[in-house]
Ligand binder design. Structure first.
Ligand SMILES: [Zn+2]
Ligand SMILES: [Zn+2]
Length: 526
């Protein structure tokens, strides 16, 4: 309901209620007269008697019309005003109940006179005079508070009626709009009821309450609190992803679409849709599992339906080359735009969307041409990225972690550099192109442990580098390696130590030594 509609609604409500009041008041007169009548002859006073009494004169049918009209006119106005004031800050049900209470309190004095005056119809004059007192007489003799006699039972009755009305209205709404199964609806009704009771209890015990999330009027999921709604699609969060910049959550698919649109507009990165201004990574954080399982329990059927829709859409829009949306890929060769090298071989990226003419829209992590890194490429220009278990990615520089032997001869000596070129046709292996080999093919299918990422070690040393000791290397106080001894760096042992194999250990053993990098120096090969 928009603010502009409110006066119309109020007018319509008031006119409707007043007309209904005039039309039905004779029935009220008869009802109240019969209820209040005294009869010694029969157990129940006769309706005919009441009708006859009211009809002479016929204006008797409109006894108490003035207070009744006040009830009808003030009732809807009080309710709608009460509801409008709270709308937006309270849940529908709560706002409705409070508005109902306001209405009851406003109309109670009018209701009191209407009922009293109508009830006096069949009573003898001596008894009727008490009921036929005017407002001033009642206030002066009984006090002003007596105008609200019977307020508590009226409140209880109307609150119960209004609560039942709202609940069944929302229940039917949900059944018809969402086509939910009966079980889902009942479960969510029980859930929200329990949450409500817990909320009320914590309020009454005056413990600090987390508060009931604010009611959100607009959107398809009007029954869900604002915190559960994605700001991008205005629906209950599906696979919620919480952004680290501001902690706001969005549907995973909504964030992905947002990212694609922003990258398509030429931005190198999208900014956070919450408006916090921070750039967000196009590799999104993982789905918040706890939040997801909670939402799945609360909105099972709604979320299942959307998940189905998304899957159907993805099936319809299959991507050339069998790639999937948001799949990690790498350039299978150097990619050019005209004469310009745009993306180098091995550059990693992610599939954003399908493109016309069997092409694939990819966002590359590094690019030498253009401003966004988004390119529409042929499927054969892409390779699926290696699984994370290999610890290396396509295009990465690696080195042999040991002598690699092919047909009982060393093909690739330890520490030889190479480049990962892609997945192998053999399971659990990847293909590496080594810079030098002793003989034959320089492409080898290797296992994960046969290579190491070629990174600089502490002290600026490299795996396989020839070094010499600059001081006595001691083991338990005994000199193991004298200064000038030559060795080879095997690996980094810890954050502070390297593993080095020396050729002439004084104890004659051939075991590697762990030492700090200041104990050795590199030997210039020339
Ligand atoms: Zn943010
Ligand atoms: Zn969304």
């Amino acid at each position: 309901m928009e603010a502009a509609e409110f006066p119309d609604l109020l007018r319509a409500g008031t006119i409707g209620a007043a007309s209904l009041c005039v039309a039905t008041i004779p029935l009220d007169v008869v009802r109240h007269a019969v209820q209040a009548a005294i009869s010694s002859k029969r157990p129940h006073p006769g309706l005919t008697e009441a009708f006859r009494a009211a009809a002479s004169p016929p204006s008797g049918f409109f006894r108490g019309l003035v207070p009744a009209l006040f009830c009808s006119a003030a009732g809807p106005a009080a309710f709608l005003l009460g509801y409008e004031v709270q709308r937006g800050s309270k849940e529908v049900l709560e706002a409705g109940l409070v508005a109902k209470a306001v209405q009851v309190a406003v109309v109670q004095p009018f209701d009191f006179f209407r009922t009293s005056w109508q009830a006096a119809l069949l009573l003898p004059e001596t008894r009727a005079s008490h009921l036929l007192r005017g407002p001033w007489e009642v206030i002066t003799t009984d006090g002003p508070r007596s105008l609200w006699r019977g307020l508590i039972p009226t409140l209880l009755r109307d609150a119960f009626a209004a609560g039942t009305f709202w609940s069944s209205y929302m229940y039917l709404n949900q059944v018809m709009l969402n086509d939910s199964s009966m079980e889902d609806v009942l479960r969510s009704a029980v859930h929200s009821g329990l949450a409500r009771i817990q909320d009320l209890r914590s309020n009454f015990c005056s413990k600090p309450s987390l508060g009931w999330p604010a009611y959100r009027p607009a959107g398809a999921s009007a029954m869900a609190p604002a915190e559960w709604i994605c700001d991008l699609c205005q629906e209950v969060l599906l696979d919620p992803v919480t952004l680290p910049c501001c902690g706001e959550s969005f549907c995973k698919t909504c964030l992905q679409q947002w990212t694609v649109v922003k990258l398509d507009d030429g931005a190198p990165r999208a900014r956070c849709p919450s408006g916090c201004g921070k750039q967000i990574d196009y590799r999104l954080p993982s789905v918040s599992k706890l939040l997801r399982s909670w939402l799945e329990a609360e909105h099972a059927s709604e979320l299942a339906e959307r998940r189905r829709d998304i899957r159907d859409q993805e099936l319809e829009e299959s991507i050339a080359g069998g790639f999937g949306l948001w799949q990690e890929v790498a350039a299978s060769r150097d990619l050019f735009v005209g004469e310009n090298l745009a993306v180098a071989f091995g550059t990693s990226g992610i599939v954003l969307a399908r493109h016309e003419e069997g092409r694939v829209k990819v966002k590359f992590d590094f690019f030498l041409w253009g401003i966004s890194g988004v390119f529409n490429v042929n499927p054969d220009e892409l390779l699926p990225q290696l699984p994370g278990t290999f610890g290396v990615s396509i295009g990465q520089r690696v080195l042999a972690s040991q002598d690699l032997i092919v047909a009982s001869a060393v093909r690739v000596p330890f520490a030889t550099l190479g480049t990962v070129v892609g997945p192998s046709s053999l399971p659990d292996r990847i293909t590496v192109c080594f810079d030098t080999v002793t003989e034959g093919q320089n492409r080898l299918d290797v296992q994960a442990f046969e290579i190491l990422p070629s990174t600089e070690l502490i002290g600026g040393f490299k795996v396989g580098q020839r070094v010499s000791a600059v001081e006595n290397i001691l083991l338990e106080g005994v000199v193991l390696v004298p200064p000038g001894s030559v060795g080879t760096v095997l690996s980094q042992y810890s954050d502070t130590r390297l593993t080095v194999m020396f050729e002439g250990r004084l104890d004659g053993r051939s075991e590697a030594v762990n030492l700090v990098p200041t104990a050795i120096t590199g030997i210039n090969p020339s």
